[in-house]
Design a protein around this ligand. Structure first.
Ligand SMILES: [Zn+2]
Ligand SMILES: [Zn+2]
Length: 382
């Protein structure tokens, strides 16, 4: 038959784990609860282990290992390696290699392992169920991770660690309290399924549902509701443009517990070299998108010519600020270099440095004001 496209073979191990645990969570878990009830201890263990898994994926697998947005103490790495294994989303090496490919080839159906262009089901879970060519494991993009002994150890013993870290905590709690089934079903099975699907939302829903304030060059979206259930990973539009930043919800008020956790780890000396994209670049991206949208809505405006003049003036303004910012950054770096070389004119240079950095701050502020002006301008002709 011509409409029968041969699909790649099913991968029975991941398919069995993903679907088997889902079926248990939807049938036996509610049935046992209805018959025997669950204790507050079951739910406490569920919450704590779920959070350990969640943060190991977001702060560990994602922002530390896949994107190198900060450096972590070995203690923290071990924590991520162990509770990442119990999140059962494959080893750090496999996960990060696929994720780096996702960023590099985002939305490219032939190279992005979970391309949103292949549908919601595929990008959520389908890509793990069959042996698709796009899912082929290839470690050529993770040589830095292969050199890390903790990551290498986790990869070598992944199966054992995954099974052990999934079963040991609920079983220990179960035997200690005499409630083995309660802990196993809630803190074991239900917890694993919730962690799975909440993480998978980032590949599926976060590429479909939400706003695109920073870029519309790819399908990634910023979505507060997804950030709520994914420890802050819902600000996916920002993340796809600025993947070297340890923050996803970059504004201080955006709900990004992973960013807060990394900050806390930093205070305790467990994380260092936190990488931030300069504020000016973030403002620039926001403005670029605003100009783009303004231009689009101007095309259908009634007295377009008058507004076009306004818009062009604003854009000129924007380019000038940009130019000045680039020059100042250049000067700032050069000053810093010479400051290290020559100690003599230190005070003078420090003074110049301060002048430059306060001018940079002024420029950042000017861009913020321009965004507001542009917003109101767009409202006028939209
Ligand atoms: Zn990422
Ligand atoms: Zn993505």
């Amino acid at each position: 038959m011509s409409n029968m496209v041969t699909k790649p073979p099913i991968m029975w191990l991941p398919a069995g784990v993903l679907l088997g645990t889902l079926v248990i969570a939807l049938t036996i878990v509610p049935w046992y609860g209805a018959v025997h009830g669950y204790s507050w201890g079951n739910w406490l263990a569920f919450t704590v282990i779920l959070a350990f898994n969640g943060f190991s994926i977001t702060a560990g697998y994602h922002r530390l290992f896949a994107h190198n947005t900060y450096k972590a103490h070995p203690l923290l790495k071990w924590f991520f390696a162990l509770f990442g294994a119990s999140a059962t989303q494959n080893s750090i090496l496999v996960w990060c290699s696929g994720h780096r490919r996702h960023h590099r080839h985002v939305d490219d159906n032939d190279n992005d392992p979970y391309s949103a262009g292949r549908g919601l089901f595929f990008s959520h879970i389908g890509w793990m169920l069959r042996d698709y060519p796009t899912g082929k494991v290839d470690f050529s993009n993770v040589p830095d991770l292969q050199r890390d002994p903790i990551i290498a150890f986790q990869h070598r013993h992944y199966a054992l660690l995954a099974v052990g870290m999934n079963l040991a905590p609920p079983l220990l709690l179960g035997f200690a309290t005499g409630d083995v089934w309660g802990y196993l079903l809630i803190a074991g099975f239900l917890r694993l399924v919730v962690n799975h699907h909440v993480t998978f939302f980032i590949n599926s829903l976060a590429h479909y549902w939400g706003k695109q304030p920073y870029t519309d060059e790819n399908s990634a979206r910023d979505n507060f509701w997804l950030a709520l259930v994914t420890y802050g990973e819902g600000y996916h539009n920002f993340h796809h443009l600025f993947q070297t930043d340890y923050r996803n919800g970059v504004r201080w008020w955006q709900f990004d517990p992973t960013k807060w956790l990394i900050n806390v780890a930093h205070w305790f000396g467990l994380a260092r070299d936190l990488s931030r994209v300069p504020d000016f670049k973030i403002q620039k991206a926001l403005l670029d998108m605003q100009f783009k949208r303004a231009q689009a809505s101007l095309a259908s405006a009634t007295n377009a010519d008058a507004w076009r003049e306004h818009l062009e003036r604003e854009y000129q303004h924007f380019l000038e600020s940009l130019h000045e910012w680039n020059n100042l950054r250049q000067q700032w770096y050069e000053q810093k270099r010479t400051q290290l070389a020559e100690k003599t004119a230190e005070i003078q240079q420090r003074w110049r440095q301060t002048t430059i950095s306060s001018r940079l701050q002024e420029l950042e502020y000017a861009l913020k004001l321009q965004r507001k002006r542009l917003h109101y301008l767009t409202l006028q002709f939209a």
